[in-house]
Ligand binder design. Structure first.
Ligand code: FES
Ligand SMILES: [Fe+2]
Length: 378
């Protein structure tokens, strides 16, 4: 029997306490209709990390990104203001900016050469003289909302005139919540500088990766033997905010391979921000994970590594740290793909959650449910 999307969403009971809760149903990881709804609601209406602030310091600097299926560009204008636009030409819809990042004096579409200013106004339209009722001023790039927090530029592609017109718009700072903003203010990330980006493609739904991240260290002693030797697993704590979860683990300074050399400090802090952004903090190091859904069973995870010392002298040490992350990531990647295969099996629908470990996952599933439900009710 072919269930409707509403039936699929109803199959999850968001009111169960953790001790009675199950995971979201496997169909949410395998049904393309859920994926389409997520693109509109979970990704479209949330604030998404779109660029690093350090990529956009001068007028003309730009970064492109994709949020769900939406191509966007963030650019610093000649007036020094940063703006976000859909990276979609108003002529025949080609992507105007085609590089991931760079510097430009204007934004020129590669297809027929339409040109937009750094502020998004349409300036040049070759061979367009005899076109009637065409108003250039109405054909600038379509803006999106952007805002800043800590080291990042966030963007929101939701259409406020559309489906959610009756709802009040959530600002980035409301989305983050006072609690998270305050915790990060105290962490003082100002001395951390971007070092390197790595990206991984996984054959699984994006939520499988998020679930794996939010299992409260449950998988660490089994899957990551190297990491387990530096984390004090029994004292791992899990604390839920409104749209974030903080998992914290005290660290031992035992010698084990090269992990303890690159995972320094007394505590590791793992912050997850709904729906798909993680910030992992160690002493003198930060890495972020942006989980980018590509298709229902294809996901890209983008890692950005930051260190206090990014000088040439520290390069080797920083690379060693990044490489440790690489190994841990490979272990996670393999298990995520294994989980996706299991989710496709007729043998599995949903599973129970550990009260000690999996409160973060429970929070994730409940917010997700609320967003999807709102999406079908509109
Ligand atoms: S699509 Fe951009 S100029 Fe034609
Ligand atoms: Fe892991």
């Amino acid at each position: 029997m072919n269930k409707s999307v509403v039936d699929l969403i109803r199959a999850y009971d968001a009111f169960n306490p953790l001790s009675r809760a199950s995971t979201i149903p496997s169909s949410w990881y395998t049904d393309a209709r859920i994926f389409d709804l997520e693109k509109q609601t979970v990704l479209g209406d949330s604030w998404q990390m779109a660029a690093r602030f350090d990529q956009l310091t001068k007028p003309g600097d730009y970064v492109t990104a994709e949020i769900g299926d939406e191509p966007i560009v963030i650019v610093r204008g000649n007036d020094n203001q940063m703006r976000g636009f859909f990276n979609v030409c108003r002529h025949h819809a080609a992507a105007v900016m085609t590089e991931y990042e760079g510097h430009a004096n204007q934004m020129r579409c590669p297809y027929h050469g339409w040109t937009y200013s750094l502020e998004g106004e349409l300036k040049g339209t070759p061979d367009f003289n005899d076109v009637c009722s065409f108003n250039r001023t109405e054909n600038g790039l379509i803006p999106i909302e952007i805002d800043f927090w800590e080291k990042w530029v966030f963007a929101r592609v939701g259409n406020d005139e559309g489906r959610n017109s009756h709802e009040t718009r959530v600002t980035l700072h409301e989305f983050l919540g006072v609690d998270l903003v305050e915790q990060f203010r105290k962490l003082d990330l100002a001395n951390l500088h971007w070092f390197e980006r790595r990206s991984y493609k996984l054959s699984c739904n994006w939520k499988v990766f998020v679930d794996n991240y939010l299992d409260g260290g449950y998988h660490v002693p089994h899957l990551h033997k190297g990491l387990d030797s530096v984390l004090d697993y029994s004292n791992y704590s899990i604390e839920n905010g409104e749209r974030f979860c903080l998992q914290a683990s005290p660290m031992f300074s035992r010698d084990h391979e090269d992990v303890s050399a690159s995972r320094k400090g007394s505590r590791a802090l793992y912050y997850w921000l709904y729906p798909n952004f993680m910030m992992n903090l160690y002493e003198g190091a930060l890495d972020t994970n942006l989980v980018r859904p590509i298709t229902i069973d294809r996901t890209e995870v983008i890692f950005d590594f930051y260190f206090t010392d990014v000088s040439e002298a520290a390069r080797e040490r920083n690379l060693a740290s990044v490489n440790v992350g690489d190994r841990i990531q490979q272990e996670d990647l393999d298990i995520c793909e294994s989980v996706q295969r299991g989710l496709n099996s007729r043998a599995y629908d949903a599973g129970r959650l550990s009260v000690r470990r999996e409160a973060g996952e429970h929070l994730f599933h409940r917010i997700l449910h609320s967003d999807l439900k709102a999406g079908v009710e509109d």
